[in-house]
Design a protein around this ligand. Structure first.
Ligand SMILES: *Cc1c(COP(=O)(O)O)cnc(C)c1O
Length: 499
């Protein structure tokens, strides 16, 4: 199995090379040259084995340059009940008739990013060894809140790696900030940026493809890699839980093998929903992908009109991990949907870089509308939905998952489609406690309520056990308090590397 770049189909590299490199030098993203297909029988059979084995099976179709042992080493090291507080790794809650919440936040940092970032360090170190990279790998990460912590937790003290995380100083929740700034480990650095997530992401992306920076790193015996969802090693693990959830629905008799389902995903950088799409390409039958955004609804407009236009106001919302105007992984979807026409993709993304806008062809618009439904939900509706689900089903949603539930409800009301639906539940409500409590009680918390009082209060309201990693934050010291301007990322990276 070889990997191409979305901006140059002539690129032909192995999985290990794609994982180490992260992003193609032409600015494109790596994708396998062909999505491997599984029979329905194979898919249904996955319901009978444990999660790590399902992952190993799916990985074996994509990582053909890895040995069976290497794959097993990665999947067993990552998906076990020491890191995850559920031995199933992922839980599925049937909250209402035909509606299943896929709880992807049982990992150490309480957001779905752990599903990929617990395993990425293993994939990366095996890959580096395989292609004889003896350099120190510098993981550079931009985060809207959850990726940063999940990456720090995955990479801390991993030999041969350093990790540097940039987050928007005023764009993450109090708990998220504390999770990152108290990070332990000798190979970690965390830095706030005066700007939004897109500023962090653009800054990081520019460093990756900057030839001069890369040359300097080479002199130091180092090489950049990425833990953002542009890395294939981030996406692949996410395909597993969609295939897995389908297999479990079949096994539990909730659906018949071959029956179509809908999948709803609270979307930011488009990684999670793209993984669902790839799961469909592998063989799980999907009717519609319901793409939920918050008030930063660039994707909703894109799905409805075929025009991607990031020239609009940026909003800071209650669902910060979706506060994104440039959804990087959309590039991969478009590449697949337009028949892997690299010239066309390059043209669109050059336009995006230059004018902040592009429009896809009519054929592609029609294809998009066939598979995707786009909708969005503002902060008021997010809160309403948290309250509604809490009152009706005694279930507490986080702000991101609430957006997906709301857009799914809109979809259902609009179309009358009653197919069974899996909704990705992407974070524990404890990560966004203030907003969740205000939604449930309909009144603001006193301004001085500290993070831990919030956790206690949410425990009383929800009855959900408090994740240990969050209650432990109370005893941790802040180690990183640097905040920089959005043009200072390069300087920070060099300072960190030289120290
Ligand atoms: C990252 C994140 C999202 C968005 O996922 P993408 O793969 O970037 O679309 C949604 N919800 C939460 C809680 C997240 O951390």
């Amino acid at each position: 199995m070889y990997y191409n770049s979305t901006r140059n189909s002539g690129v032909k590299i192995t999985a290990a090379e794609a994982i180490v490199q992260g992003i193609s030098l032409d600015g494109g993203l790596f994708l396998p040259c062909k999505i491997p297909a599984l029979s329905m029988e194979k898919i249904a059979g996955l319901g009978d084995i444990r999660y790590s084995k399902r992952a190993a099976f799916i990985f074996s179709k994509y990582l053909t340059d890895f040995t069976e042992e290497e794959i097993r080493y990665c999947t067993e090291s990552a998906y076990n009940d020491k890191s995850f507080d559920s031995e199933n790794i992922v839980e599925m809650e049937n909250i209402a008739e035909g509606v299943y919440l896929l709880e992807l936040w049982r990992g150490p940092t309480c957001a779905f990013k752990d599903m990929a970032l617990q395993i990425l360090p293993y994939l990366l170190s095996v890959s580096a060894k395989k292609i004889n990279i003896n350099k120190e790998i510098v993981i550079l990460t931009a985060t809207s809140g959850d990726t940063g912590k999940a990456a720090l937790d995955g990479f801390k003290d991993v030999d041969g790696t350093k990790i540097i995380v940039f987050y928007p100083d005023e764009g993450v929740s109090a708990i998220q900030k504390l999770q990152m700034t108290t990070q332990d480990g000798d190979n970690v650095a965390v830095c706030g940026v005066r700007g939004n997530f897109d500023d962090c992401q653009s800054g990081v992306k520019a460093l990756f493809t900057d030839l001069e920076v890369n040359k300097l790193l080479e002199e130091k015996g180092m090489v950049f890699s990425s833990a953002n969802s542009i890395n294939w090693g981030r996406l692949l693990p996410q395909i597993v839980y969609y295939v897995s959830s389908y297999a479990l629905l079949v096994k539990n008799g909730d659906i018949k093998a071959g029956e179509k389902i809908n999948i709803a995903v609270p979307t930011g950088n488009f990684g999670n929903i793209l993984a669902a799409y790839l799961a469909m390409e592998m063989g799980i039958p999907v009717n519609k992908f319901i793409c939920a955004s918050n008030k930063n609804n660039v994707l909703t407009d894109f799905i409805k009109t075929g025009v991607y236009d990031k020239n609009r106001e940026f909003f800071t919302t209650l669902s910060p991990s979706m506060d994104i105007l440039i959804s990087s992984n959309l590039e991969r979807l478009l590449y697949i949907m337009c028949g892997r026409d690299d010239t066309l993709v390059k043209e669109w993304f050059d336009k995006l870089a230059k004018d902040g806008r592009y429009e896809v062809t009519d054929t592609l618009k029609a294809k998009l509308a066939e598979s995707f439904y786009g909708g969005f939900c503002d902060d008021e509706q997010t809160k309403e939905t948290i309250k509604e689900i809490y009152d009706k089903y005694s279930y507490t949603l986080d702000t991101h998952t609430a957006a997906a539930v709301r857009v799914y409800e809109d979809y259902k009301a609009e179309t009358g489609d009653c197919l069974k639906t899996v909704i990705a539940s992407t974070a524990s409500p404890y990560k966004f406690g203030n907003s969740v409590i205000e939604a449930i009680t309909s009144e603001p918390l006193p301004a001085a309520t500290d993070e831990f009082a919030v956790i206690d209060k949410l425990f009383k309201l929800s009855g959900m056990s408090v994740p240990q990693s969050l209650s432990e934050l109370k005893n941790k010291k802040v180690r990183f308090d640097t905040v920089i301007g959005k043009d200072e990322l390069q300087a920070y990276v060099f300072k960190t590397i030289n120290s």
